[in-house]
Design a protein around this ligand. Sequence first.
Ligand code: ZN
Length: 523
Amino acid sequence: MAGYQVLARRWRPQRFEDLVGQDVVVRTLRNALTSGQIGHAYLFSGLRGVGKTTVARLLAKALNCDQGPTPEPCGTCVACQDITNGSSMDVLELDAASNRGIDDVRELREVARVLPVRDRYRVFILDEAHQLSKDAFAALLKILEEPPAHVVFILASTEKDKFPATILSRCLQVDFRPIPADLVAARLLDVASAEGFAVSTAASQMLARAGEGSLRDALSLLDRVHAFCGGDVDEDAVAAILGLPPFDVVLTLWHALAAGEVADALAVVEREQHAGRDPVALYEQVVQLLHALLLLSCDADAPSTLPAEQVEGLRTEARRLGTPLLLRLLGLAMEQRNLLAGADHPAIAAAVVVGRLALWPRLVRVEALLTGQATLDESPAAPPTPAQPARRTAGNAPVATQPGPPVTAGASPRERLLAALEEDAPTMAGRVRGASDVVVDGEVLRLRFTGVPAATLKTLRDCLGQVKSAAERAGLPSTIEVEDTAAPANGAPTLRQQVESDEAVRRVLQVFGGRIESAEERS
Ligand SMILES: [Zn+2]
């Protein structure tokens, strides 16, 4: 393999039109070259591997080409070829990471003063320029304040926000976008075919997704997978190298999750682990898919992370599930995701988060509970399998259901207690009927009386045995408290009564089984 040149280098674009996914950048620079408006300093910012140094070299060629300055450098003249080979005396590439010191920049100032050896411009390409030291920035600023006419600086950086404002304001800023995955995938197919081997469409898309917007990273991965296969590249080889699940596995897991099938979902995780793949990577892929579905549900363009042939099917599914539900699922998935970061046992952590996510149909919205559209003892609604979507759970603020005694709908505690008393203690039933309120308060059944003579209440307290047994038969707490909630003199309800009679408060108490500790006036 001596002399092997990596694909990313061998297929580095030599003309503006060969550049993938940077149309805005190319157009901006070409227009500047056509109109002769050439700046003395450019800042190329963007992710790694999106073409910053490639464009910097193309710009250097465009400036120094025998035919130039021109938007179409010839690529064949001595100036163009020297730049391609990295041997031009007038185009200097420096890696700021290893040339951070002030001395280098002082040197730069000396060199910048000297006229070009042969070509039109002295072009300085400073890669990773944000890593320059403070002093180096100061020295650079001096040059940029009064730049010699023959000097062009091209600063390339992945971290634009680390530049001093004084430098930024003297640069023409050119932002490089992440390259869409479909363009990266298409480029990978072209490169492979020119290299004499085949790459399956799915494999090219997996590699493009893994490159996360960087063509260089995707090409490096293609190099690795090709070396691993020794021939044609398919998705299994890509999955093996990347430790990534094939997309159909991601889909299988998603459908188990969407259907609320915990066992099925856990089985997918288990299989992936046995296949030697990283279950955390699988979860990440599901999160990505959920995000893609969310975008599709809003009629957004298909995210570049999706295999092209799956887009229409997934769009239909996303619309059926609806944006609110997908938003909620993605929110849950993201919360769970934090458990995976740095987990001691990634496989177990993945099982936990996948299992919890699959339990989503049992999560009920607080709003649905309070408006009576859902109850805590309700059986989980049929989850929106691809065939049968449900929208009931759409919304936010999910509440996990707690196991516990079901809240019996229908008859009130008062009605139930009276019905039980009527059977064998009708006299006592008559007394209890005088209660202003019968309330289940945790383990206590409170009988509240207002304006009832103390003697009547005493009789009631003395004969509580009958009430207790009736309460037990009615399924109510058998600890009975008889309370005298005397109304104030003017007959207006007490604050506590007002609170107790408030419909929203009643609903909260009923749904969550709470009780009112105290009622206080707040200013
Ligand atoms: Zn040329």
